[in-house]
Write a protein that binds this ligand. Structure first.
Ligand code: PHE
Length: 345
């Protein structure tokens, strides 16, 4: 009777071992057989109620089975561990022939590239680079540049006012004044930086943009010097055959004043429906002129002894011209797909 039970249990164990292929299943099988409430444990408990002969005979068989089962379970566990290690090694195998991962290298924004070239050009001619605050005193932004409080030009330059005394500078020209106040001629400076106007957001305007101011003051400086310098500059940056024209203009801080245009880089000149030049064939690049005597004397420089020129240009315009970019807004959208086209080391 007990022998039959043992036989049945042995068969059951073998069958269960067959399908126990992970550590949890093997542990369950061990508990099923040998645990406190295990089947074999229960059988062994019946030994004490047996006659001595039967006990000896059955006890031997039961113990043999116990040893057998324990060995089998050990072996299965070992095989299982080995299989797991093998699997893990298979997963972690390194293919040393695979190509490496590309690490993208950062490059300069096209505007920064062009600004850098502009700076190099002027530094090479003996100009120094100056900076001024973007939150500027009304005095430096307007008054000291010959723009009195009620001057209509203040309407044209739709200004962002901080309060009555401070504005977001509408141009880099206040840096002219800051430099004149602290230095004596000869003066040769450029002043690059961000400026702000409550402008429309269109293909050629944004409320924040960049300017590069230039100023030269010395004895006997004429409008001819200014023109020569600017034409040289345009050719260096946009190519020897770039079309250039000067138009008479007005700025309160220069007299005479002019604006310099370059032939439209988008349509090649006079293109119908061209958004960049608005069909005029020309794109305004900068304002310039001879520094107004009032401006010189207000900042402590004697206009009888010294003359000078100044210009303010938009590096954004030169950048769009150089790279044939049809819309300034693209420069400020930080779209990497767009910017990567202009990646030059
Ligand atoms: N500050 C002028 C502007 O922003 C440009 C300019 C600079 C004109 C210097 C003349 C001289 O439009």
């Amino acid at each position: 009777m007990h022998d039959d039970d043992l036989m049945a249990l042995s068969k059951k164990f073998d069958a269960m071992l067959e399908v126990s292929d992970d550590p949890a299943a093997l542990e369950n099988l061990r508990l099923f057989l040998l645990g406190k409430k295990g089947e074999l444990t229960a059988l062994l408990k019946t030994l004490s109620a047996m006659e001595p002969d039967e006990r000896r005979a059955f006890g031997q068989k039961a113990n043999e089975f116990k040893n057998y089962a324990e060995n089998k379970l050990d072996e299965a566990r070992r095989q299982n561990d080995a299989k797991q290690i093998e699997n893990a090694l298979g997963l972690e195998k390194i293919d040393v022939t695979r190509p490496g991962r590309r690490r993208p290298v950062g490059r300069k924004h096209p505007l920064t590239q062009v600004l850098g070239e502009m700076k190099d050009l002027f530094v090479g001619m003996g100009f120094t680079i100056e900076e001024g605050p973007e939150i500027e005193k009304d005095y430096y932004n307007f008054e000291a540049l010959n723009i009195p409080a009620n001057h209509p030009v203040k309407d044209i330059q739709d200004t962002f006012y901080i309060d009555g005394q401070f504005v977001l500078r509408t141009h880099t020209s206040p840096v002219q004044v800051r430099v004149m106040e602290k230095r004596k001629p000869p003066i040769r400076i450029i002043a690059p930086g961000a400026v702000y106007r409550a402008d429309d957001w269109d293909a050629t305007h944004s409320p924040m943009f960049h300017q590069l101011e230039g100023m030269l003051i010395d004895k006997n400086i004429t409008f001819g010097d200014l023109k020569g310098m600017l034409i040289f500059f345009a050719k260096k940056l946009l190519g020897e055959d770039v079309g250039v024209r000067f138009r008479p203009s007005f700025f309160p801080f220069t007299e005479p004043s002019a604006e310099m245009d370059v032939a439209c880089y988008s349509c090649g000149g006079g293109g119908r429906g061209c958004r960049v030049c608005k069909e005029s064939g020309w794109v305004e690049l900068l304002g310039c002129g001879m520094i107004h005597p009032n401006v010189l004397s207000m900042s402590g420089i004697d206009p009888a002894e010294y003359t000078g020129w100044a210009f303010g240009m938009g590096p954004g315009r030169i950048t769009t011209a150089r790279f044939n970019i049809p819309d300034t807004r693209l420069l400020f959208e930080n779209d990497m797909q767009f910017l990567n086209q202009f990646n030059r080391p």
